[in-house]
Design a protein around this ligand. Sequence first.
Ligand SMILES: *Cc1c(COP(=O)(O)O)cnc(C)c1O
Length: 401
Amino acid sequence: MKRTIDDLALFGGPAAFLNTVTVGRPSIGDRARFESRMAWVLNNEWLTNSGPLVSEFEAEVAEVAGVRHCVATSNATVGLQLALHAAGVRGEVIMPAMTFAATPHAAAWIGLEPVFCDVDPVTGLVDPDDVKRRITERTGAVVGVHLWGQVAPVDELDRLAHEHGLTMIYDAAHALGCTRDGRRAGGFGDAEVFSFHATKVVTSFEGGALVTNDDTLAARARSMHNFGLGQGGQVELMGTNAKMSESSAAMGLTSLDAFPAVCEHNRLNHDLYAGELRGVKGLRVHELDGEESSNYQYVIVSVDGAQTGVDRDGIIAVLAAEQVVAKPYFSPPCHLMAPYRADPPPRIENAEWLASQVVALPTGPAVSSEDIRRICDVLRLVVANGEQVAGRLASATSTPT
Ligand SMILES: *Cc1c(COP(=O)(O)O)cnc(C)c1O
Protein backbone atom coordinates (compact mmCIF):
# COMPACT_ATOMS: atom_id res chain seq x y z
CA MET A 1 0.00 0.00 0.00
CA LYS A 2 1.15 3.50 -0.84
CA ARG A 3 1.90 5.75 2.14
CA THR A 4 3.26 8.98 0.70
CA ILE A 5 2.92 10.68 -2.64
CA ASP A 6 6.42 9.50 -3.52
CA ASP A 7 4.85 6.03 -3.71
CA LEU A 8 2.57 7.19 -6.55
CA ALA A 9 3.67 5.73 -9.88
CA LEU A 10 3.51 9.18 -11.46
CA PHE A 11 6.24 10.30 -9.07
CA GLY A 12 8.45 7.21 -9.37
CA GLY A 13 6.75 4.55 -7.21
CA PRO A 14 5.70 1.13 -8.53
CA ALA A 15 2.34 1.04 -10.33
CA ALA A 16 -0.58 -0.24 -8.24
CA PHE A 17 -1.49 -2.71 -11.02
CA LEU A 18 0.66 -4.88 -13.27
CA ASN A 19 -2.11 -5.19 -15.85
CA THR A 20 -4.28 -2.30 -16.94
CA VAL A 21 -7.62 -1.94 -15.21
CA THR A 22 -9.87 -0.02 -17.52
CA VAL A 23 -13.34 1.41 -18.05
CA GLY A 24 -15.19 -0.58 -20.67
CA ARG A 25 -13.62 -4.06 -20.57
CA PRO A 26 -15.92 -6.30 -22.62
CA SER A 27 -18.47 -8.54 -20.95
CA ILE A 28 -18.14 -11.61 -23.17
CA GLY A 29 -19.85 -14.15 -20.91
CA ASP A 30 -19.29 -17.90 -21.26
CA ARG A 31 -16.64 -18.35 -23.88
CA ALA A 32 -17.40 -22.04 -24.54
CA ARG A 33 -21.04 -21.13 -25.20
CA PHE A 34 -19.93 -18.45 -27.68
CA GLU A 35 -17.66 -20.93 -29.45
CA SER A 36 -20.43 -23.49 -29.77
CA ARG A 37 -22.79 -20.85 -31.14
CA MET A 38 -20.11 -19.84 -33.67
CA ALA A 39 -19.57 -23.47 -34.68
CA TRP A 40 -23.29 -23.67 -35.30
CA VAL A 41 -23.23 -20.50 -37.43
CA LEU A 42 -20.41 -21.89 -39.56
CA ASN A 43 -22.06 -25.28 -39.95
CA ASN A 44 -25.27 -23.55 -40.92
CA GLU A 45 -23.57 -21.24 -43.43
CA TRP A 46 -26.19 -18.61 -42.69
CA LEU A 47 -23.97 -15.64 -41.89
CA THR A 48 -26.30 -12.65 -42.10
CA ASN A 49 -29.70 -11.39 -43.42
CA SER A 50 -31.96 -11.98 -40.41
CA GLY A 51 -30.50 -15.37 -39.54
CA PRO A 52 -31.74 -17.53 -36.68
CA LEU A 53 -29.34 -16.10 -34.08
CA VAL A 54 -30.22 -12.50 -34.97
CA SER A 55 -33.91 -13.39 -34.66
CA GLU A 56 -33.28 -15.00 -31.28
CA PHE A 57 -31.27 -11.99 -30.13
CA GLU A 58 -34.03 -9.61 -31.25
CA ALA A 59 -36.61 -11.60 -29.31
CA GLU A 60 -34.47 -11.55 -26.16
CA VAL A 61 -33.73 -7.83 -26.37
CA ALA A 62 -37.43 -7.10 -26.94
CA GLU A 63 -38.19 -9.11 -23.83
CA VAL A 64 -35.58 -7.33 -21.69
CA ALA A 65 -36.91 -3.98 -22.93
CA GLY A 66 -40.55 -5.00 -22.62
CA VAL A 67 -41.43 -3.95 -26.19
CA ARG A 68 -43.17 -5.48 -29.19
CA HIS A 69 -40.48 -4.87 -31.82
CA CYS A 70 -36.71 -5.06 -32.00
CA VAL A 71 -34.59 -4.56 -35.11
CA ALA A 72 -30.96 -5.50 -34.46
CA THR A 73 -28.46 -3.23 -36.19
CA SER A 74 -24.75 -3.13 -36.94
CA ASN A 75 -24.26 -0.42 -34.30
CA ALA A 76 -26.28 2.15 -32.35
CA THR A 77 -25.15 5.14 -34.43
CA VAL A 78 -26.75 3.70 -37.55
CA GLY A 79 -29.66 2.57 -35.35
CA LEU A 80 -30.31 6.21 -34.41
CA GLN A 81 -30.18 7.18 -38.09
CA LEU A 82 -32.63 4.43 -38.90
CA ALA A 83 -35.01 5.66 -36.19
CA LEU A 84 -34.81 9.27 -37.42
CA HIS A 85 -35.20 8.22 -41.06
CA ALA A 86 -38.01 5.74 -40.45
CA ALA A 87 -39.91 8.43 -38.53
CA GLY A 88 -39.42 10.87 -41.43
CA VAL A 89 -37.67 13.53 -39.36
CA ARG A 90 -36.51 16.77 -41.03
CA GLY A 91 -34.85 19.96 -39.83
CA GLU A 92 -33.50 20.48 -36.35
CA VAL A 93 -33.06 17.81 -33.72
CA ILE A 94 -32.80 18.92 -30.10
CA MET A 95 -30.50 16.79 -27.94
CA PRO A 96 -28.45 17.22 -24.77
CA ALA A 97 -24.88 18.53 -25.10
CA MET A 98 -23.83 15.95 -22.49
CA THR A 99 -23.70 12.84 -24.64
CA PHE A 100 -21.31 10.86 -26.79
CA ALA A 101 -20.45 12.33 -30.20
CA ALA A 102 -22.45 9.52 -31.85
CA THR A 103 -25.74 11.23 -30.92
CA PRO A 104 -25.17 14.44 -32.91
CA HIS A 105 -23.18 12.58 -35.60
CA ALA A 106 -26.13 10.28 -36.27
CA ALA A 107 -28.37 13.27 -36.99
CA ALA A 108 -25.83 15.45 -38.82
CA TRP A 109 -24.66 12.59 -41.07
CA ILE A 110 -28.15 12.29 -42.57
CA GLY A 111 -28.55 16.03 -43.07
CA LEU A 112 -30.37 16.93 -39.87
CA GLU A 113 -29.20 19.77 -37.67
CA PRO A 114 -28.27 19.04 -34.05
CA VAL A 115 -29.39 21.72 -31.57
CA PHE A 116 -27.84 21.24 -28.14
CA CYS A 117 -29.67 21.77 -24.89
CA ASP A 118 -28.67 21.63 -21.25
CA VAL A 119 -28.94 18.90 -18.64
CA ASP A 120 -29.79 18.61 -14.98
CA PRO A 121 -26.66 19.55 -12.98
CA VAL A 122 -27.01 16.57 -10.63
CA THR A 123 -28.22 13.68 -12.80
CA GLY A 124 -26.73 14.85 -16.10
CA LEU A 125 -30.06 13.98 -17.76
CA VAL A 126 -31.63 16.15 -20.45
CA ASP A 127 -33.60 19.11 -19.05
CA PRO A 128 -37.12 19.18 -20.56
CA ASP A 129 -37.54 22.92 -19.82
CA ASP A 130 -34.45 23.71 -21.84
CA VAL A 131 -35.66 21.44 -24.64
CA LYS A 132 -38.90 23.42 -24.67
CA ARG A 133 -37.06 26.77 -24.94
CA ARG A 134 -35.24 25.53 -28.04
CA ILE A 135 -38.27 24.34 -30.00
CA THR A 136 -38.81 26.37 -33.20
CA GLU A 137 -40.85 25.85 -36.35
CA ARG A 138 -37.79 24.09 -37.78
CA THR A 139 -37.64 21.45 -35.02
CA GLY A 140 -38.37 17.94 -36.26
CA ALA A 141 -37.41 15.74 -33.35
CA VAL A 142 -35.98 15.50 -29.87
CA VAL A 143 -33.39 12.87 -29.01
CA GLY A 144 -33.29 12.19 -25.28
CA VAL A 145 -30.30 10.41 -23.78
CA HIS A 146 -30.50 7.95 -20.88
CA LEU A 147 -27.18 8.73 -19.25
CA TRP A 148 -25.08 6.45 -17.02
CA GLY A 149 -27.75 3.83 -16.37
CA GLN A 150 -30.46 6.37 -15.55
CA VAL A 151 -33.56 6.88 -17.67
CA ALA A 152 -34.28 10.44 -18.92
CA PRO A 153 -37.44 12.28 -17.71
CA VAL A 154 -39.56 10.43 -20.25
CA ASP A 155 -43.00 11.61 -19.14
CA GLU A 156 -42.13 15.30 -19.57
CA LEU A 157 -40.27 14.69 -22.82
CA ASP A 158 -42.90 12.44 -24.38
CA ARG A 159 -45.63 14.95 -23.46
CA LEU A 160 -43.62 17.87 -24.85
CA ALA A 161 -42.93 16.05 -28.12
CA HIS A 162 -46.59 15.08 -28.42
CA GLU A 163 -47.81 18.66 -27.78
CA HIS A 164 -45.50 20.05 -30.47
CA GLY A 165 -45.99 17.24 -32.98
CA LEU A 166 -42.33 16.20 -32.77
CA THR A 167 -40.74 12.77 -33.13
CA MET A 168 -39.26 11.57 -29.84
CA ILE A 169 -36.30 9.19 -29.99
CA TYR A 170 -34.17 7.97 -27.09
CA ASP A 171 -30.50 7.18 -27.26
CA ALA A 172 -30.61 4.24 -24.84
CA ALA A 173 -26.98 3.17 -25.36
CA HIS A 174 -26.44 3.20 -21.57
CA ALA A 175 -29.83 1.98 -20.47
CA LEU A 176 -30.39 -1.72 -21.14
CA GLY A 177 -32.32 -3.06 -18.14
CA CYS A 178 -32.83 0.39 -16.55
CA THR A 179 -36.15 1.76 -15.33
CA ARG A 180 -37.93 5.02 -14.58
CA ASP A 181 -40.82 4.71 -12.13
CA GLY A 182 -40.43 0.98 -12.58
CA ARG A 183 -40.96 1.12 -16.37
CA ARG A 184 -38.12 -0.23 -18.47
CA ALA A 185 -36.20 1.76 -21.06
CA GLY A 186 -37.29 0.61 -24.51
CA GLY A 187 -40.92 1.57 -24.85
CA PHE A 188 -40.66 5.35 -24.46
CA GLY A 189 -41.02 7.91 -27.25
CA ASP A 190 -41.41 6.73 -30.83
CA ALA A 191 -38.35 4.48 -30.65
CA GLU A 192 -35.29 3.82 -28.53
CA VAL A 193 -31.85 2.61 -29.56
CA PHE A 194 -29.51 0.38 -27.54
CA SER A 195 -25.81 -0.10 -28.18
CA PHE A 196 -23.99 -3.41 -27.95
CA HIS A 197 -20.55 -2.00 -28.63
CA ALA A 198 -17.63 -3.82 -26.98
CA THR A 199 -17.54 -1.28 -24.13
CA LYS A 200 -21.23 -1.58 -23.24
CA VAL A 201 -22.82 -3.75 -20.56
CA VAL A 202 -23.97 -6.27 -23.19
CA THR A 203 -21.80 -6.60 -26.26
CA SER A 204 -22.10 -8.10 -29.73
CA PHE A 205 -18.59 -6.85 -30.72
CA GLU A 206 -20.31 -4.03 -32.65
CA GLY A 207 -24.06 -3.83 -32.59
CA GLY A 208 -27.20 -2.01 -31.68
CA ALA A 209 -30.96 -2.38 -31.67
CA LEU A 210 -33.90 -0.17 -32.47
CA VAL A 211 -36.86 -1.02 -30.22
CA THR A 212 -40.38 0.33 -30.41
CA ASN A 213 -44.05 -0.44 -29.82
CA ASP A 214 -45.00 1.36 -33.04
CA ASP A 215 -45.88 -1.28 -35.65
CA THR A 216 -45.53 1.08 -38.64
CA LEU A 217 -42.21 2.52 -37.55
CA ALA A 218 -40.88 -0.98 -36.81
CA ALA A 219 -41.86 -2.24 -40.27
CA ARG A 220 -40.25 0.76 -41.98
CA ALA A 221 -37.06 0.42 -39.91
CA ARG A 222 -36.87 -3.32 -40.64
CA SER A 223 -37.16 -2.71 -44.36
CA MET A 224 -34.82 0.30 -44.37
CA HIS A 225 -32.08 -1.56 -42.46
CA ASN A 226 -32.02 -4.07 -45.33
CA PHE A 227 -31.79 -1.77 -48.39
CA GLY A 228 -35.49 -0.87 -48.23
CA LEU A 229 -36.51 -4.34 -49.38
CA GLY A 230 -40.16 -5.24 -48.75
CA GLN A 231 -41.70 -8.62 -47.93
CA GLY A 232 -41.78 -9.55 -51.62
CA GLY A 233 -38.08 -8.83 -52.08
CA GLN A 234 -38.61 -5.61 -54.07
CA VAL A 235 -37.09 -2.26 -53.07
CA GLU A 236 -39.96 -0.24 -51.67
CA LEU A 237 -38.17 2.41 -49.62
CA MET A 238 -34.86 4.20 -49.68
CA GLY A 239 -32.73 2.16 -47.35
CA THR A 240 -29.28 1.41 -46.08
CA ASN A 241 -27.38 -1.61 -44.83
CA ALA A 242 -27.57 -1.65 -41.05
CA LYS A 243 -27.92 -5.38 -40.47
CA MET A 244 -26.41 -7.30 -37.61
CA SER A 245 -24.44 -10.41 -38.58
CA GLU A 246 -24.90 -13.89 -37.09
CA SER A 247 -21.45 -13.74 -35.47
CA SER A 248 -22.44 -10.55 -33.66
CA ALA A 249 -25.70 -12.13 -32.57
CA ALA A 250 -23.76 -15.16 -31.25
CA MET A 251 -21.71 -12.80 -29.09
CA GLY A 252 -24.77 -10.74 -28.16
CA LEU A 253 -26.72 -13.79 -26.98
CA THR A 254 -23.75 -15.04 -24.97
CA SER A 255 -23.20 -11.63 -23.38
CA LEU A 256 -26.93 -11.32 -22.70
CA ASP A 257 -26.87 -14.69 -20.88
CA ALA A 258 -24.43 -13.11 -18.43
CA PHE A 259 -26.33 -9.82 -18.15
CA PRO A 260 -28.20 -10.43 -14.84
CA ALA A 261 -25.02 -11.60 -13.09
CA VAL A 262 -23.05 -8.69 -14.55
CA CYS A 263 -25.63 -6.16 -13.30
CA GLU A 264 -25.42 -7.66 -9.83
CA HIS A 265 -21.61 -7.61 -9.88
CA ASN A 266 -21.68 -3.99 -11.09
CA ARG A 267 -24.12 -3.01 -8.33
CA LEU A 268 -21.81 -4.46 -5.68
CA ASN A 269 -18.85 -2.67 -7.29
CA HIS A 270 -20.80 0.57 -7.28
CA ASP A 271 -21.68 0.18 -3.58
CA LEU A 272 -18.09 -0.64 -2.73
CA TYR A 273 -16.78 2.49 -4.48
CA ALA A 274 -19.45 4.57 -2.72
CA GLY A 275 -18.47 3.11 0.67
CA GLU A 276 -14.72 3.47 0.10
CA LEU A 277 -15.00 7.07 -1.06
CA ARG A 278 -17.65 8.21 1.43
CA GLY A 279 -16.28 11.15 3.38
CA VAL A 280 -13.39 11.80 0.98
CA LYS A 281 -13.69 15.55 0.53
CA GLY A 282 -14.36 16.75 -2.99
CA LEU A 283 -15.11 13.29 -4.43
CA ARG A 284 -18.73 12.32 -4.89
CA VAL A 285 -19.84 8.97 -6.31
CA HIS A 286 -22.84 9.56 -8.53
CA GLU A 287 -25.80 7.91 -6.81
CA LEU A 288 -28.50 5.97 -8.57
CA ASP A 289 -32.06 5.82 -7.30
CA GLY A 290 -32.26 2.60 -5.28
CA GLU A 291 -35.97 2.24 -6.16
CA GLU A 292 -35.13 1.87 -9.86
CA SER A 293 -33.36 -0.92 -11.72
CA SER A 294 -30.04 -0.08 -13.30
CA ASN A 295 -27.25 -1.97 -15.00
CA TYR A 296 -24.73 0.01 -12.89
CA GLN A 297 -22.58 0.06 -16.00
CA TYR A 298 -20.75 3.24 -15.02
CA VAL A 299 -19.27 4.40 -11.75
CA ILE A 300 -19.25 8.16 -12.14
CA VAL A 301 -17.36 10.33 -9.69
CA SER A 302 -17.45 14.12 -9.64
CA VAL A 303 -14.25 15.79 -8.65
CA ASP A 304 -14.56 19.20 -7.02
CA GLY A 305 -11.04 20.52 -7.57
CA ALA A 306 -11.56 23.37 -5.08
CA GLN A 307 -11.92 20.75 -2.34
CA THR A 308 -9.58 18.01 -3.52
CA GLY A 309 -6.77 20.42 -4.48
CA VAL A 310 -6.19 18.36 -7.63
CA ASP A 311 -8.64 18.56 -10.49
CA ARG A 312 -10.34 15.81 -12.50
CA ASP A 313 -7.64 15.69 -15.19
CA GLY A 314 -4.93 15.50 -12.52
CA ILE A 315 -6.69 12.52 -10.97
CA ILE A 316 -6.96 10.83 -14.37
CA ALA A 317 -3.21 11.36 -14.88
CA VAL A 318 -2.32 9.91 -11.47
CA LEU A 319 -4.54 6.87 -12.06
CA ALA A 320 -3.14 6.33 -15.57
CA ALA A 321 0.36 6.00 -14.13
CA GLU A 322 -1.00 3.33 -11.76
CA GLN A 323 -2.31 1.41 -14.84
CA VAL A 324 -5.88 2.48 -14.12
CA VAL A 325 -7.65 3.88 -17.17
CA ALA A 326 -10.42 6.22 -15.98
CA LYS A 327 -12.38 8.14 -18.60
CA PRO A 328 -13.97 11.61 -18.68
CA TYR A 329 -17.48 10.59 -19.87
CA PHE A 330 -18.16 12.97 -21.66
CA SER A 331 -15.68 15.76 -22.15
CA PRO A 332 -15.81 18.15 -23.86
CA PRO A 333 -19.59 18.39 -24.24
CA CYS A 334 -20.77 18.08 -27.86
CA HIS A 335 -21.33 21.81 -28.54
CA LEU A 336 -17.60 22.38 -27.94
CA MET A 337 -16.43 19.58 -30.29
CA ALA A 338 -14.82 20.72 -33.53
CA PRO A 339 -17.66 19.81 -35.94
CA TYR A 340 -20.35 21.47 -33.80
CA ARG A 341 -18.51 24.38 -32.24
CA ALA A 342 -20.03 27.76 -33.15
CA ASP A 343 -17.90 30.91 -33.04
CA PRO A 344 -18.31 32.06 -30.35
CA PRO A 345 -19.73 28.90 -28.79
CA PRO A 346 -22.92 29.25 -26.74
CA ARG A 347 -22.70 28.62 -23.01
CA ILE A 348 -24.48 25.43 -21.96
CA GLU A 349 -23.65 25.75 -18.34
CA ASN A 350 -24.60 22.54 -16.55
CA ALA A 351 -23.25 20.36 -19.34
CA GLU A 352 -19.95 22.28 -19.34
CA TRP A 353 -19.65 22.09 -15.58
CA LEU A 354 -20.41 18.37 -15.43
CA ALA A 355 -18.12 17.62 -18.34
CA SER A 356 -15.24 19.27 -16.48
CA GLN A 357 -15.94 17.42 -13.22
CA VAL A 358 -16.86 13.83 -13.92
CA VAL A 359 -14.77 10.74 -14.43
CA ALA A 360 -15.85 7.14 -14.98
CA LEU A 361 -13.93 4.61 -12.87
CA PRO A 362 -13.35 0.99 -13.92
CA THR A 363 -16.12 -1.51 -13.22
CA GLY A 364 -17.64 -4.54 -14.92
CA PRO A 365 -17.20 -8.28 -14.49
CA ALA A 366 -13.41 -8.12 -14.76
CA VAL A 367 -13.04 -5.60 -11.91
CA SER A 368 -12.83 -7.18 -8.45
CA SER A 369 -13.40 -5.81 -4.94
CA GLU A 370 -9.65 -5.94 -4.39
CA ASP A 371 -9.09 -3.82 -7.52
CA ILE A 372 -11.57 -1.25 -6.26
CA ARG A 373 -10.01 -1.07 -2.80
CA ARG A 374 -6.63 -0.49 -4.39
CA ILE A 375 -7.97 2.24 -6.68
CA CYS A 376 -9.69 3.94 -3.74
CA ASP A 377 -6.47 3.74 -1.65
CA VAL A 378 -4.77 5.75 -4.40
CA LEU A 379 -7.65 8.25 -4.56
CA ARG A 380 -7.63 8.79 -0.78
CA LEU A 381 -3.87 9.32 -0.77
CA VAL A 382 -4.15 11.83 -3.62
CA VAL A 383 -6.96 13.83 -2.01
CA ALA A 384 -5.26 13.80 1.41
CA ASN A 385 -2.27 15.46 -0.29
CA GLY A 386 -4.16 17.33 -3.00
CA GLU A 387 -2.18 20.57 -3.07
CA GLN A 388 1.15 18.79 -3.07
CA VAL A 389 0.09 16.39 -5.83
CA ALA A 390 -1.20 19.31 -7.90
CA GLY A 391 2.08 21.19 -7.37
CA ARG A 392 4.15 18.20 -8.45
CA LEU A 393 1.91 17.64 -11.46
CA ALA A 394 2.27 21.29 -12.51
CA SER A 395 6.07 21.28 -12.19
CA ALA A 396 6.27 17.93 -14.02
CA THR A 397 4.42 19.37 -17.00
CA SER A 398 6.29 22.71 -16.99
CA THR A 399 9.83 21.30 -16.60
CA PRO A 400 12.08 22.92 -19.22
CA THR A 401 13.70 20.41 -21.55
C1 LIG B 1 -21.75 4.09 -27.21
C2 LIG B 1 -22.72 5.17 -27.42
C3 LIG B 1 -23.29 5.42 -28.67
C4 LIG B 1 -22.82 4.74 -29.94
O1 LIG B 1 -23.01 3.39 -29.96
P1 LIG B 1 -22.34 2.53 -31.15
O2 LIG B 1 -23.01 1.21 -31.01
O3 LIG B 1 -20.89 2.46 -30.82
O4 LIG B 1 -22.62 3.19 -32.42
C5 LIG B 1 -24.26 6.38 -28.78
N1 LIG B 1 -24.66 7.10 -27.72
C6 LIG B 1 -24.12 6.93 -26.50
C7 LIG B 1 -24.61 7.75 -25.36
C8 LIG B 1 -23.12 5.97 -26.32
O5 LIG B 1 -22.54 5.83 -25.13
